[in-house]
Design a protein around this ligand. Structure first.
Ligand SMILES: Cc1cc2nc3c(=O)[nH]c(=O)nc-3n(C[C@H](O)[C@H](O)[C@H](O)COP(=O)(O)OP(=O)(O)OC[C@H]3O[C@@H](n4cnc5c(N)ncnc54)[C@H](O)[C@@H]3O)c2cc1C
Length: 457
């Protein structure tokens, strides 16, 4: 028999391992991996519910994953404050919060009565969940970082946004549940479990001797409180301009939530519910946001689950690889090295501005990101190299990166989820983008001025 708290739809739960009912252990573990937050966290509340039901206490362990691709000091800096935040909030609820590297985490969870983990969709995150399932006798995965659980939305790899859109929109209201904080019956905060508690874990980078140094983005502060502030400002001050201005790189009409969504410092369910407190469905700005936050974002998760090659060049549609292959030897006016690109040293002021934005803020405006990525096709010796450089630069510097959206965005620039266009040099049938389209943007000069200063890496 299955038990669910009232707020939680069973479609959000997947059993990854179930070999014994109860091993007699003292506590349950929620492995916090993709949802670094203490509120609006489906997995956390399900874990509290289960601990109460089984008369055990709950321990939350954050998976500090040093083997995560592109982990570096920039990302550590961003998550460090968020960890402290979560630790403090959980302590108030009587829940012990530990931060563990993956290897020692796996030893700890072995002794738990049962393990709950949030859902993560990148290849690396999927592998971690498989490993967890091998180590524990009972593992339940809870999908709380999407509106509609991936396999509920669709049972196949969706080729286009237009094919997944009706499937997601039809189920949207079913999955906009409020996630309450369930009172904890048996506290664990004082349990004596050896490990790194958040209070003693102030400088994460010290613990990562060999981690790559990438300059942290000091003004982008991690944490769920910061994410809430951003959401509030966006909804109150910018949402009414979102549809009209979101594709103008000089405008500040976007939410700037992507780094927070990337690490699960905010729940997309809460974002949407909050938006609905101010504006209704049908409002042009709300529909435009739903198109990005739900349709495109969840299309990326669909691709991760159903396309095993999604994160690789081989995962692009066949027509795109074929046409790019035919044009691989076309003449290029400029070929830049990775270092020149990294330092924003091209002849193109727009591209350099976008690269500087990435270096200085950890993200690029969506419209510029498309231009930035497509130009790599023109300035590298092959489409495969262009793809590799795009992944490297995006994921090394992006605070929102190494996310399914990273591979969706890059893939789109190489023809994925798009249709063939009239054939042209280098791009073949893949859609081109030129600086002419940028010059037509009302606020492009503002964008250039903002990012014209040397990046200084
Ligand atoms: C080459 C390329 C690389 C990209 N790499 C990333 C990445 O590493 N991480 C990342 O989160 N997004 C990436 N995107 C998608 C998009 O550029 C960012 O999500 C968006 O710019 C984030 O800004 P925002 O939070 O202000 O977005 P908003 O416009 O406010 O949108 C709200 C949220 O919706 C989601 N979203 C918005 N646009 C898209 C989109 N086109 N596809 C999927 N989800 C979207 C994001 O989670 C975003 O935070 C990439 C796009 C391209 C073309």
């Amino acid at each position: 028999m299955k038990y669910f708290p009232d707020f939680l739809r069973p479609e959000r739960l997947t059993s990854l391992a179930q070999t014994a009912l109860d091993n007699g252990g003292d506590y349950l573990v929620y492995v916090m991996d993709a949802s670094l937050r203490s509120s609006w966290n489906h997995a956390l509340e399900y874990a509290v519910f289960e601990a109460n039901r089984l008369g055990r206490s709950l321990v939350v362990v954050y998976n500090l994953d040093e083997k995560q691709p592109f982990m570096n000091t920039r990302k550590l800096h961003f998550i460090q404050r968020a960890l402290k935040n979560v630790g403090e909030q959980l302590r108030k609820r009587g829940i012990l919060f530990l931060v563990r590297k993956t290897e020692s985490l796996l030893k700890l969870v072995n002794e738990a009565v049962s393990v709950i983990v949030d859902a993560g969709y990148t290849r690396h995150q999927q592998t971690f969940r498989k490993t967890l399932a091998k180590h524990c006798h009972s593992v339940t995965m809870v999908e709380g970082d999407v509106i509609v659980p991936v396999k509920t939305a669709s049972n196949r790899a969706e080729p286009y946004a237009r094919t997944i859109r009706p499937k997601l929109l039809n189920r949207l209201t079913d999955f906009l549940e409020t996630v309450p904080a369930i009172p904890v019956k048996q506290a664990s905060a004082d349990l004596d479990i050896e490990g790194l508690r958040y209070e003693t874990f102030y400088d994460l980078s010290k613990d990562f001797g060999s981690i790559e140094f990438v300059e942290p983005v000091k003004h982008v502060v991690g944490g769920e409180d910061e994410a809430q502030k951003r959401l509030e400002t966006f909804v109150k001050e910018r949402l009414d301009r979102y549809a009209a201005e979101r594709s103008d790189p000089g405008s500040d009409s976007c939410s700037e939530l992507s780094p927070y969504l990337r690490y699960g410092m905010i729940s997309p369910v809460q974002v949407l519910k909050h938006v609905f407190e101010y504006r209704r469905r049908g409002d042009v700005n709300v529909e435009s946001l739903i198109n990005e936050l739900v349709v495109w974002r969840e299309l990326a998760r669909n691709a991760e689950v159903y396309n095993p090659f999604f994160e690789r060049y081989e995962g692009l549609p066949e027509w795109a690889r074929e046409t790019l292959g035919i044009h691989a030897r076309d003449h290029r006016d400029y070929v830049y090295s990775l270092g020149e690109l990294e330092r924003a040293e091209t002849h193109d002021v727009y591209w350099n501005a976008a690269q500087r934005e990435l270096l200085m803020t950890g993200k690029i405006h969506n419209y510029m990101r498309m231009y930035w990525c497509k130009k790599l096709l023109e300035w590298t010796d092959s489409p495969e190299t262009a793809y590799r450089y795009a992944v490297y630069l995006n994921n090394k510097y992006g605070l929102d990166a190494e996310d399914p959206n990273s591979y969706l965005g890059i893939g789109w620039c190489f023809g994925a989820f798009d249709r063939p266009f009239t054939e042209s040099s280098i791009y073949g049938k893949v859609r081109r983008m030129t600086a002419e389209s940028l010059k037509r943007k009302k606020l492009i000069k503002t964008y250039l001025q903002r990012w014209s200063a040397p990046a200084g890496i």
